[in-house]
Ligand binder design. Structure first.
Ligand code: BGC
Length: 386
C-alpha cells in the first residue's frame, strides 16, 4: 500500500507527529475499530521462581508480543505488500535464552543506553563508578540493566489504542547510579498499526538517564538472512566517531563523502565494507548519528528503512537527538531465533533513538542529567507500510 502525501500528513498529524525531517511516509489507514484488550499468558519462571508473562497486542494490522522480563518485544508482525504477515524482529522462543545469552534482543535499555567510558562520570562535583560490563566500559546500564528485570505490566485500551504501561523502580545506587529512579514506559498500538513508545522517569537525587529500545529488525522476516539489501535513510549530516572501545571521541564529524552518509536512501551493504577506520574498529556500523533536527518538543521522522522484496517499510519518529545504528556486527551464528534459524553477522540491525553515548563525559553533547522535580520524557513512534 503506497499512500499519497496528503494521507500521510493527515495520519502523522493525528499521531501528533511533525513531518519535517523526512517528508513522505507510509502510514497505514486506520481500521476504525477500537483497540483490543491485550491478552496475558505465562512465559516461564526465573531461577528464583519469579513468574514472567507474555502479553499479546494487536491493532491496525500490527501484532506485538511483549515479555514482562525486560519489556522485551519478542515478536512484531506486519504484512508485506501482498498482505502476508511476518515477524520482523529478532528474538528467542524461550525465557532461558533471554536470561542466558541475549544481546539485548527487543529489550528496554536503562538506566543509560549505550556506553559510558570506563563506567565513570562526575555530577555536581561527585564522581560515580558504574558497573562495568563491556571491557573497561559500562554498556546499556551495566551488568544487570533494565533489560534483565521483571517489569510490572498494566494493560489498557483507550479509544482506538491498545497498549501496556510497564513500570520499574531502580533503587538508589543500583549499578552505581545515584537516585531512586521511577520509570514508566508505555507501548501503544494505534488503529493505524503504529507502535509508539513513551518513556517517563523521575528521580529523588540528581542522576543521568538515557532510555531506549533495542529491537533488532529484519523487514524480510526474522531469520531470513542478511539485512544488507535493506535501504536506509537517516536524517543526519554528522555522526560521533569513536575510539577502539566504541566511546565517542567528542568530535561531531560530517558524514559527507564517507560510508556514514545515509542522507539519501542506500542499501546498508553498499558501503559496509568500505574499510573506513571507524567501520573497521566497530566491525561495521555501530555509531551514533547526530540527528539534524536536534532535541525536539515532538517526535519527528528521522529514519526510513525499506526491504525491497517484501516492500515492507519502517519509519521512526523521535524527539531524541541521536540514533545508534548497529548493523548486527556481533551476531556470529551461535544464537538460534524464534523461527529456529541461526542469526549470523548482519542478519538484523538495530536503530536506537537516544541521547549520544558517553554524554555525561562530553560537555558539548546534549545533557542527560535528570534532577528531582523534573520529569524525563521521551517518545519514539514506529510506523509501518508496504
Ligand atoms: C551497541 C553495540 C552492542 C549492541 C548489543 C548496541 O547498541 O552499540 O556495540 O554490541 O548494542 O549489545
Amino acid at each position: 500500500m503506497e499512500l499519497n502525501r496528503r494521507t500521510v500528513i493527515a495520519g502523522a498529524a493525528a499521531a501528533g507527529l511533525a513531518t519535517t525531517a523526512l517528508g513522505t511516509g507510509t502510514a497505514r489507514a486506520s481500521t476504525g475499530h477500537g483497540g483490543r484488550k491485550p491478552v496475558r499468558e505465562p512465559f516461564g519462571r526465573l531461577a528464583d521462581g519469579t513468574r514472567v508473562h507474555r502479553w499479546s497486542l494487536e491493532n491496525g494490522g500490527t501484532r506485538l508480543k511483549v515479555l514482562s522480563y525486560g519489556g522485551i518485544v519478542q515478536t512484531l508482525e506486519i504484512p508485506d505488500r501482498h498482505g502476508r504477515p511476518a515477524n520482523v524482529v529478532a528474538g528467542f522462543d524461550n525465557l532461558d535464552d533471554y536470561v542466558a545469552k541475549s544481546p539485548y534482543f527487543g529489550a528496554l535499555i536503562g538506566r543509560y543506553g549505550n556506553r559510558i567510558g570506563k563506567g565513570r562520570f562526575t555530577l555536581d562535583g561527585k564522581e560515580y563508578q558504574l558497573s562495568v560490563n563491556d571491557g573497561v566500559n559500562s554498556l546499556h546500564g551495566g551488568a544487570k540493566g533494565f533489560d534483565k528485570h521483571v517489569w510490572d505490566v498494566e494493560p489498557f485500551t483507550d479509544g482506538p489504542d491498545a497498549g501496556l504501561h510497564l513500570h520499574y523502580t531502580s533503587i538508589d545506587g543500583e549499578m552505581g547510579y545515584p537516585g531512586t529512579l521511577r520509570v514508566r514506559v508505555t507501548y501503544t498500538l494505534n488503529g493505524r498499526g503504529e507502535w509508539r513508545i513513551d518513556y517517563e522517569a523521575t528521580t529523588d537525587k540528581p542522576t543521568i538517564v538515557n532510555l531506549t529500545s533495542h529491537v533488532y529488525w529484519n523487514l524480510a522476516g526474522e531469520g531470513s538472512g542478511s539485512i544488507e539489501d535493506h535501504e536506509l535513510r537517516i536524517a543526519a549530516s554528522r555522526y560521533t566517531p569513536t575510539d577502539a572501545g566504541l566511546i565517542p571521541t567528542g568530535e561531531l564529524a560530517a558524514v559527507a563523502g564517507t560510508p556514514f552518509d545515509f542522507r539519501h536512501a542506500k542499501p546498508v551493504g553498499r558501503d559496509l565494507r568500505a574499510g573506513h577506520v571507524q567501520q573497521v574498529q566497530a566491525k561495521g556500523f555501530d555509531h551514533n548519528w547526530v540527528l539534524d533536527k536536534g532535541v525536539t518538543e515532538r517526535p519527528e521522522r528521522v529514519v526510513r528503512l525499506r526491504e525491497p522484496r517484501s516492500g515492507r517499510v519502517l519509519e521512526i519518529a523521535t524527539d531524541q537527538p541521536g540514533l545508534q545504528f548497529y548493523s548486527g556486527n556481533f551476531l556470529d551464528g551461535t544464537l538460534v531465533g524464534t523461527g529456529g534459524r541461526a542469526y549470523r553477522q548482519g542478519d538484523a540491525l538495530a536503530l536506537e533513538t537516544q541521547h549520544f553515548p558517553d554524554s555525561p563525559n562530553h560537555g558539548g553533547f546534549p545533557s542527560t542529567v535528570l534532577r528531582p522535580g523534573a520529569v524525563y520524557r521521551s517518545t519514539t513512534v514506529h510506523s509501518f507500510g508496504a
